[in-house]
Each structure stands twice: as structure tokens, then as C-alpha cells.
Design a protein around this ligand. Sequence first.
Ligand SMILES: *Cc1c(COP(=O)(O)O)cnc(C)c1O
Length: 429
Amino acid sequence: MDFLPINTDEGAISASAAIRTGLSAKGALYRPAHLPKFNRDDFPPDIDLVSLAKTLLAPFFAGDALEPHLNTICETAFNFPAPLTRPDEGQQSLYALELFHGPTGAFKDYGARFLMGCLNALASTGEILTVLAATSGDTGGAVGCAGEGQPHVQTVILYPDGRVSDFQARQLSCWRTPARTYRVHGDFDACQALVKAAFNDPEAKARFHLTSANSINIARLLPQTVYWARAALEAYHRHGVKPGFIIPTGNLGNSVAAHYARAMGFPIGEIHIATNANATLKDWSEGAPFTPRASIATLANAMDVGAPNNFPRLQALEGEARAPVTRVDDETIKAALAREYQDTGYIWCPHGATGIETYRQLSANERDGVWIIAATAHPYKFSDVVEPILKTRIDPSPALAAVLERSAHAAALEPRLEALLDALEGEFV
Ligand SMILES: *Cc1c(COP(=O)(O)O)cnc(C)c1O
């Protein structure tokens, strides 16, 4: 399938080329030329993620250099489950889609593992690709981890110093690939701007064989359609109505993937965006022009985004239609975490808390439907926030416990392109 740059006159390119370059020469995001259509009745209700991934993603890679690798990449990327669980026994039509059972405890494991599998396959001619990953907390860990054992890629992680949890900082800095981690003196938008600046420098891009691991990369987004499609099929078969989705959102990657899954024919009702105090999407949903701005630091730090970078993809798909958005500030996140634990026993992470809060704020009429909230991260990753609120200890999953056993190192970096390029000149250790 062809991939098209959004809002520029540049030509269409292949899936491999879109994955390899990340952004177009003029800085545009790529989108699939069309979305394949599926019939929900063609899938058994209990289909597993790997089988669904192979079927659903095949059309995007038809005729592409990655086509012969797709099945293997899917087997590696989808090797942990995304179960639908009931976070409130009193609400039988409410589900949490738990996306945190992977090795770094957040949904980004799916996209990162898929992307790194693609890049490793694409680079097998002897070239070593450098994956630049700006992260607000979770992406970098997932990418660093996904790069382990992929011999043709090396990973450079940039995170905003002081804006991630202690556990996240360790998880960003502990991977044994040829990986380097920098704590950038600035916020996530500064990290993201640094990556964009490097990509806009043709010399640097060629010299370091740069490629991106951000959710701007189409290979992050496409696999995320799979767990949405699977969750929708399961809920639809069980209840006979299309479930609505509530998605804790930052850069809009997960939300765009859900919109893609719906456009591909999977039984999905309303897609409701939950955000933290960052108001760009809320203002837009209420009719204001889309106005990127500086991000605000919140308890749900992986959603601290003032300029959601997948917005052009949402607009290219949905036109002028505005998704409903609920904005949840820090005080309300804290109250939601405490209330849900007390009332239901379920422990959300601060991101998931924006989702359950959004659900609680729906009208009684809306709540009559079937709803699926993305539980985007394991709460242990944010135990420094969550434990004092719940006044209880959170146990790590076995995968997260293993991270604690590793040594970690991150160097400081000023948010200037020259500083990054200097750093890239050094040896990978
Ligand atoms: C990345 C992330 C989000 C936001 O997802 P986007 O695709 O950027 O909208 C939400 N929650 C967690 C835990 C995350 O890591």
C-alpha cells in the first residue's frame, strides 16, 4: 500500500519508506492511502492478538519489502495479552482494556516492538539505523527494551529531566542495546522539537542513519489498531452493541489508532478522549481552532503534551468532526484514584484515572452503553504518585521487578541541536 504525506504536495511512498523516514522531507506525517475494510463477522470472538494482527496489518504491507517479515514481527510484537477486565463489579458493561502486561508496563510496548522489528528487518543490508526517541516517560523505555536483541538498530532516548517518575527514569536508562539515554534540560515538547530539528538537518539524518520511534512513525500507530479491534470484537460479541472507547490521550497516537480501527469496520461506537490539564484538545473539541501550546506538567506525565503531534492524522480521517474530550486536572486525578480504590478495589495509574473519571462524568444515559477504558500503564510505574494517595503498597509485575535489577545510566543534555549532534558523534557504549 502507498503512504501519503499529509498537507504537502510530496509524493506517495511505500510502507517501508514511510517507516524508515518517519516524517517526510517537508516535515509531514504519513497516512495510509486508504484503510482496508473488514467484516466483524469474519472473526471468531476469541481471536488472539497475533492472528488478528497478521490479518489486519497484511493489506498495509502488501507488495512491500516488509511483507515476508510481517508474520514474525507480529509474533514478537504481540507476545503478551491485552485482556478486557472489569474494574467495577457493579458495572458489568464497563471494561478496562489492560495494555500494560508487556515488558515495560505500558501500551507503548506494542508499537515499539513492532517498529523495532520493522527497522531491524529493513536494515539487514548491513547498515545500522539510529533510532531517535523523544519520550514523555513511557516510549523511551519501550523502545530501548524492544531494541534489545535487534542487531541492526541502536537507540538514542531523550527524556525531560525531572518530569518522569523514579521508576520511569530507571526504565529509560537500563537497556543493553547499543543504547544511550539523555536527560534533556527542558520539557517533553523540547525533546520532541530536538528530534524534529535533527530530522530537518539532511546532513545529520544521512550521517547517523536517523530514524524516529515517536508516535509520528506509522509503524507505531498501525499495530495499535489491533488491540482496539480485538477488544471491540470481544465486547460486541458479548453484548451485541458497539462499545464506546475512552482513551487517556497525549499525542493522540492511541486515539488515532482507535479511529483507524473503527474506519476499518470494527464495531466501535463513540471514541471519547480523556486528557489531563493540558487543554489543547479540550478547547478544540468545544469549537476553538486547534492551537498547539506549551505543555503543563501533571501527575499523568505521559500525557503532558501541548501540541499533540498526531492531530493532522485525525483531521485527515475525520475532517471537521470534533471528538468529545474530557479534561481532568490533577486534583480530580487524585480524587479519582482514591475513590476508585475505595469503591471498587481497582488500582488505576494516573493516566487511566483520567479515563475512569471521564466515564463517571458521562450522563446516566451514556453510561447505559458498553464502555472500554484504556488502562494505559501499570500503576506500579507511578507508585510514587499513587501509593501516598491510596495509602497502600503497589506490587510490581514480574517484568517491572526485573527492571529494578538492572543498572542504569543517563547523561545530561541541553535542548540544542548542536549538543545532540555532538553527543551522537561519540562512541556507543
Ligand atoms: C503515551 C501514553 C499515553 C498517551 O498516549 P498517546 O498515544 O500519546 O495519546 C497515555 N498513557 C500512558 C501511560 C502513556 O504512556
